[in-house]
Design a protein around this ligand. Structure first.
Ligand SMILES: [Ca+2]
Ligand SMILES: [Ca+2]
Length: 184
């Protein structure tokens, strides 16, 4: 009996340590969204997304069903950084195949604005064998906002007569707002 109580106390102590680590004010806020296999007609069905707002950058990790170098699909990632202005302020278009380029643009009211892509530090890492794409952008790309939230849409036109669209969560939906790890 005494032994059991001791074990419980140890377990509680370990749990408390984990909580303290997670709520540290200097840590980045992150969220994971499981989108599920709701676009199974496409190999690039969005399955799971992790967004982290760190002190210097925003990182978006997307896992697909089956990412291949030969495909006819694209991912559009929307980054909302201003709650006062309708829609996302930035959009990144990424090919979901090998050999094409990605680019970041400005957006207002869900419309592209400007004739030139945004010039700032960002990049995409394609992990083909893991079916993962990681988009990473410096916070300066978004004007170093207090909070960001991210939405995205996959579009697959491999079968032109049956295009497949998969929005994360739902059409024009976003993750929760995520504060930066940067102290105010
Ligand atoms: Ca999905
Ligand atoms: Ca906005």
């Amino acid at each position: 009996m005494l032994l059991n109580r001791t074990r419980t106390a140890l377990a509680l102590a370990a749990a408390a340590t984990v909580v303290l680590t997670t709520v540290s004010p200097a840590s980045a806020e992150s969220t994971v969204v499981a989108d599920g296999a709701d676009a199974a007609a496409s190999r690039t069905d969005i399955l799971k997304v992790r967004v982290a707002h760190a002190d210097r950058r925003v990182e978006v990790k997307v896992r697909f069903d089956d990412l291949r170098k030969k495909a006819d699909a694209s991912l559009t990632v929307y980054v909302d950084s201003d709650p006062e202005a309708n829609g996302p302020e930035r959009v990144v278009g990424l090919p979901l195949f090998s050999g094409a380029d990605y680019a970041m643009w400005r957006m207002e009211d869900w419309e592209h604005v400007g004739n030139e892509p945004v010039t700032c530090r960002y990049g995409a890492d394609y992990r083909w064998r893991r079916d993962v794409v990681v988009l990473s952008a410096r916070r300066g790309c978004f004007g170093k906002p207090d909070e960001v939230r991210v939405g995205m849409r996959m579009r697959d036109v491999a079968d032109a007569s049956h295009p497949v669209t998969d929005w994360l969560i739902g059409r024009r939906d976003f993750t929760e707002w995520l504060a930066s790890g940067q102290p105010a």
